[in-house]
Design a binder for this molecule. Structure first.
Ligand code: SF4
Ligand code: SF4
Length: 203
């Protein structure tokens, strides 16, 4: 009779004492190792909607849509396509808010009956240009920039007015009735095109 090797014998005794190495999935949920790189998850409160994560994603698993309704309510929807993601962690590494706007989890369970359920979506409020009404950036992003650069934001009305809006001192998304883009329009929240036109105009 062939005798078992010593190493295998030790492993067999250990398994008898400690129990099996394998989990009972799918009978019981499998808990992944804490360092397992699973699917990323957005943090609605910490994300500022800057889209840096979208820019660095190597497989275009992050996309966005900017939506403005007839009452000038504007929002940016950021979408993460779980079925495209390769869990590389580049989005977390590039996230401008201390890598906390999006984070890898150790969630590995990716089976869905309906494929559309695999998307993760968050919504961020958009700031509109007060002359042309086009989206400039997310409100939280403008606030983040103005806080980051501190008093330097007072050289740019878009930044300091965004900050004052976040404090509730200035009204929300008022689109100017006058479209003359003159000197009087300079102290407004403006997109780059309208800012340039109001600065270069001689009116
Ligand atoms: S983990 Fe990688 S592939 Fe997935 S969304 Fe982030 S950057 Fe894209
Ligand atoms: S704050 Fe972070 S998670 Fe949010 S859009 Fe920017 S990079 Fe992506």
């Amino acid at each position: 009779m062939k005798l078992p090797k010593v190493r295998e014998l030790i492993e067999a005794i250990k398994a008898l004492i400690q129990g099996p190495y394998t989990s009972k999935f799918p009978k019981e949920p499998h808990i992944a190792h804490p360092n397992f790189r699973g699917q990323p998850e957005f943090n609605q409160d910490k994300c500022v909607g800057c889209l840096a994560c979208k820019e660095v994603c190597p497989v275009e698993a992050i996309a966005y849509k900017d939506i403005v309704d007839k009452d000038n309510n504007a929002k940016r929807i950021i979408i993460h396509y779980t079925d495209t993601c390769i869990f590389c962690g580049q989005c977390e590494a590039a996230c401008i808010v201390n890598h906390e706007g999006v984070k890898l989890t150790n969630d590995w369970e990716l089976s869905f009956f309906d494929r559309s359920e695999s998307d993760e979506r968050i919504e961020k409020e958009l700031q509109l240009c007060e002359i042309c009404g086009k989206p400039i950036a997310c409100k939280d992003h403008l606030k983040w920039i103005s806080e980051k650069i501190g008093e330097l934001s007072y050289s740019n009305p878009t930044l300091y007015l965004s900050h004052l809006k976040s404090l509730g001192i200035v009204d929300e998304n008022i689109i100017s009735a006058l479209k003359d883009k003159g000197r009087s329009d300079r102290v407004k929240i403006l997109c780059a095109r309208c800012r340039r036109e109001t600065t270069l105009t001689t009116k």
